[in-house]
Write a protein that binds this ligand. Structure first.
Ligand code: HEC
Length: 87
Protein backbone atom coordinates (compact mmCIF):
# COMPACT_ATOMS: atom_id res chain seq x y z
CA UNK A 1 0.00 0.00 0.00
CA UNK A 2 0.99 3.60 -0.19
CA UNK A 3 2.97 5.00 2.70
CA UNK A 4 1.34 8.36 1.89
CA UNK A 5 -1.82 7.03 3.51
CA UNK A 6 -0.04 6.30 6.75
CA UNK A 7 1.80 9.63 6.66
CA UNK A 8 -1.37 11.64 6.03
CA UNK A 9 -3.12 9.80 8.83
CA UNK A 10 -0.24 10.26 11.24
CA UNK A 11 0.00 13.96 10.50
CA UNK A 12 -3.76 14.36 10.79
CA UNK A 13 -4.24 15.57 7.26
CA UNK A 14 -7.47 13.68 6.86
CA UNK A 15 -8.61 15.65 3.82
CA UNK A 16 -5.70 14.17 1.92
CA UNK A 17 -7.08 10.69 2.55
CA UNK A 18 -10.43 11.28 0.90
CA UNK A 19 -9.38 10.85 -2.72
CA UNK A 20 -6.98 7.93 -2.10
CA UNK A 21 -9.63 6.04 -0.16
CA UNK A 22 -12.19 6.68 -2.89
CA UNK A 23 -9.65 5.43 -5.40
CA UNK A 24 -8.95 2.39 -3.25
CA UNK A 25 -12.67 1.63 -3.34
CA UNK A 26 -12.47 1.32 -7.12
CA UNK A 27 -9.87 -1.44 -6.76
CA UNK A 28 -12.37 -3.74 -5.09
CA UNK A 29 -12.37 -7.31 -6.33
CA UNK A 30 -15.08 -9.94 -6.28
CA UNK A 31 -13.05 -11.96 -3.78
CA UNK A 32 -13.29 -9.13 -1.24
CA UNK A 33 -17.00 -8.29 -0.97
CA UNK A 34 -16.73 -5.67 1.80
CA UNK A 35 -13.68 -3.90 0.38
CA UNK A 36 -15.53 -1.15 -1.41
CA UNK A 37 -17.83 -0.37 1.51
CA UNK A 38 -14.93 -0.26 3.97
CA UNK A 39 -12.93 2.09 1.75
CA UNK A 40 -15.91 4.37 1.10
CA UNK A 41 -16.75 4.49 4.80
CA UNK A 42 -13.17 5.55 5.41
CA UNK A 43 -13.37 8.23 2.72
CA UNK A 44 -16.56 9.62 4.25
CA UNK A 45 -14.96 9.63 7.69
CA UNK A 46 -11.90 11.44 6.32
CA UNK A 47 -14.10 14.04 4.64
CA UNK A 48 -15.89 14.57 7.94
CA UNK A 49 -12.62 14.90 9.87
CA UNK A 50 -13.45 11.77 11.85
CA UNK A 51 -10.06 10.38 12.78
CA UNK A 52 -11.41 7.40 14.72
CA UNK A 53 -13.68 6.54 11.80
CA UNK A 54 -10.73 6.61 9.42
CA UNK A 55 -8.71 4.41 11.70
CA UNK A 56 -11.56 1.91 11.85
CA UNK A 57 -11.67 1.81 8.08
CA UNK A 58 -7.92 1.21 7.75
CA UNK A 59 -8.06 -1.40 10.49
CA UNK A 60 -11.18 -3.17 9.27
CA UNK A 61 -9.82 -3.63 5.79
CA UNK A 62 -6.43 -4.78 7.00
CA UNK A 63 -7.97 -7.23 9.46
CA UNK A 64 -10.30 -8.61 6.82
CA UNK A 65 -8.15 -8.64 3.73
CA UNK A 66 -4.50 -7.73 4.00
CA UNK A 67 -3.17 -11.23 4.63
CA UNK A 68 -5.46 -12.71 2.02
CA UNK A 69 -4.52 -10.03 -0.50
CA UNK A 70 -0.84 -10.71 -0.01
CA UNK A 71 -1.31 -14.45 -0.32
CA UNK A 72 -3.45 -14.23 -3.43
CA UNK A 73 -2.04 -11.21 -5.18
CA UNK A 74 1.61 -11.05 -4.47
CA UNK A 75 2.21 -9.84 -8.01
CA UNK A 76 -0.38 -7.09 -7.81
CA UNK A 77 0.57 -4.36 -5.37
CA UNK A 78 -2.38 -2.08 -4.67
CA UNK A 79 -0.76 1.01 -6.10
CA UNK A 80 0.94 -0.65 -9.07
CA UNK A 81 -2.54 -1.56 -10.29
CA UNK A 82 -2.77 1.98 -11.65
CA UNK A 83 0.44 3.95 -11.14
CA UNK A 84 -0.71 6.81 -13.35
CA UNK A 85 -3.37 7.70 -10.83
CA UNK A 86 -1.22 7.51 -7.77
CA UNK A 87 -2.83 10.15 -5.51
C1 HEC B 1 -10.14 -1.31 1.34
C2 HEC B 1 -9.02 -1.94 1.98
C3 HEC B 1 -7.99 -1.11 2.69
C4 HEC B 1 -8.17 0.07 3.36
C5 HEC B 1 -9.46 0.86 3.59
C6 HEC B 1 -6.86 0.47 3.85
N1 HEC B 1 -5.91 -0.46 3.50
FE1 HEC B 1 -3.92 -0.38 3.96
N2 HEC B 1 -3.64 -2.19 3.05
C7 HEC B 1 -4.61 -2.89 2.35
C8 HEC B 1 -4.00 -4.05 1.75
C9 HEC B 1 -4.73 -5.07 0.88
C10 HEC B 1 -2.64 -4.03 2.11
C11 HEC B 1 -1.56 -5.02 1.68
C12 HEC B 1 -1.09 -4.54 0.31
C13 HEC B 1 0.10 -5.21 -0.24
O1 HEC B 1 0.74 -6.01 0.45
O2 HEC B 1 0.43 -4.91 -1.41
C14 HEC B 1 -2.44 -2.84 2.94
C15 HEC B 1 -1.22 -2.45 3.51
C16 HEC B 1 -1.00 -1.28 4.23
C17 HEC B 1 0.25 -0.89 4.82
C18 HEC B 1 1.52 -1.72 4.86
C19 HEC B 1 2.54 -1.22 3.92
C20 HEC B 1 2.52 -1.97 2.66
O3 HEC B 1 3.03 -1.45 1.67
O4 HEC B 1 2.02 -3.10 2.63
C21 HEC B 1 0.07 0.34 5.38
C22 HEC B 1 1.10 1.21 6.12
C23 HEC B 1 -1.32 0.71 5.18
N3 HEC B 1 -1.94 -0.31 4.47
C24 HEC B 1 -1.88 1.87 5.62
C25 HEC B 1 -3.24 2.16 5.54
C26 HEC B 1 -3.87 3.32 6.14
C27 HEC B 1 -3.14 4.38 6.97
C28 HEC B 1 -5.18 3.26 5.83
C29 HEC B 1 -6.30 4.22 6.20
C30 HEC B 1 -6.12 5.61 5.91
C31 HEC B 1 -5.39 2.05 5.05
N4 HEC B 1 -4.20 1.42 4.89
C32 HEC B 1 -6.63 1.63 4.57
C33 HEC B 1 -5.95 -2.57 2.26
C34 HEC B 1 -6.56 -1.44 2.78
Amino acid sequence: MDSHLAAAYREDRLQRLVAPLQYLATLALAEFPDWKAIALTGAAAAAAGDRAGVRDSCGNCHAAYRAQYRAAMRTRPVIAANPGRRP
